[in-house]
Design a protein. Sequence first.
Length: 366
Amino acid sequence: MQQMSKKKICLVGDSLSVGGAERVMADLSNYFFSKGIEIHVVIVQDKITYSYSGELLNLGLYKKRGVINKIDRLLRLKNYLEKHDFDYVIDFRFKNHYLQELITNELVNTNKKVVFTIHSSILKYYIPENSILAKLLFRKAYGIVTVSDRIKQKVAGLGLSDNLECIYNPVIIDRIRLKMDADNAPEYKYVLAAGSMNHQTKQFDKLINTYALSDLPAKGIKLVILGEGKLKSSYVEQVNEMKLDDMIIFPGFKSNPFVFMKHAMFFILSSKKEGLGMVLIESLACGTPVISFDCDAGPSEIIQHRVNGLLIKDQDFDELRNGMNTMVEDEELYISCKQNALISIDKFSIESIGHNWLEFLKIEEK
């Protein structure tokens, strides 16, 4: 392995705000920088809320409508990469505009060690379904990194790269532990769910029905659902029709959800699909047990059944209801899961994940 002082890494993402992949990119920029690596960050949208390290190229500042503007920004990126001669370029972006990505690869990524990251089990967000186009798009890749073993197994079957690795998303445990005590929490007993309400992936409508059929309402345990989106009004209407508006609470989007996570009895994930399922890791970091479907792709790699939570047969809402009842009624199980929550996520710490990245990139850690 070569010394890190000689290494230069460019991290490329859609933005430095909102998304999970964007958060990972920001956190890795801080980690790599702390290890003495020269870091550059390139974003295509002018959105910055996450703390990052290194030099920034914000292509979003130059964004206008039209093909000429796209070419201009592409040339800015090409010149930037050529000027700095990076050892590695790590790409965190969605890649569902395949033709545009193919042109970018051919013009920009020449002679660069490019690592593509895949953050979702919905592979079409990153990989064309057409096998010929997919192989063209990834033919120059130094390697591919997925955020779960299940996703890795799916990608392996496509034959896109021999250098394929699973590296989990990191969690900054100290940051979460600090924030979870920053604000006041609700005073009532509750269980928690959270996520975007712009699409049906989280299946909050089915979760609401499942909660209503569980023993929790009768025991005075409320359901709190954090998030915003175009479907929120339909969820509120559903709850009102069920006359459960005093038991199912919608606080909206919270920039600091960790206060809610810490004081929840447990967190529930009812998704159709996930990438890794960072909300599960974050809840465990707050010392809160979790219940989740064994859906694609990450929950089974986070939850140790009856150790730090309950892993439920995928999409079996009857079993999800039973799991919710069990976690409330079996006090011994609940206390045990709560005690194991924090220590169960050591493998997701930024120190562990950062080390995995250095090994993948063959960079020696001093």
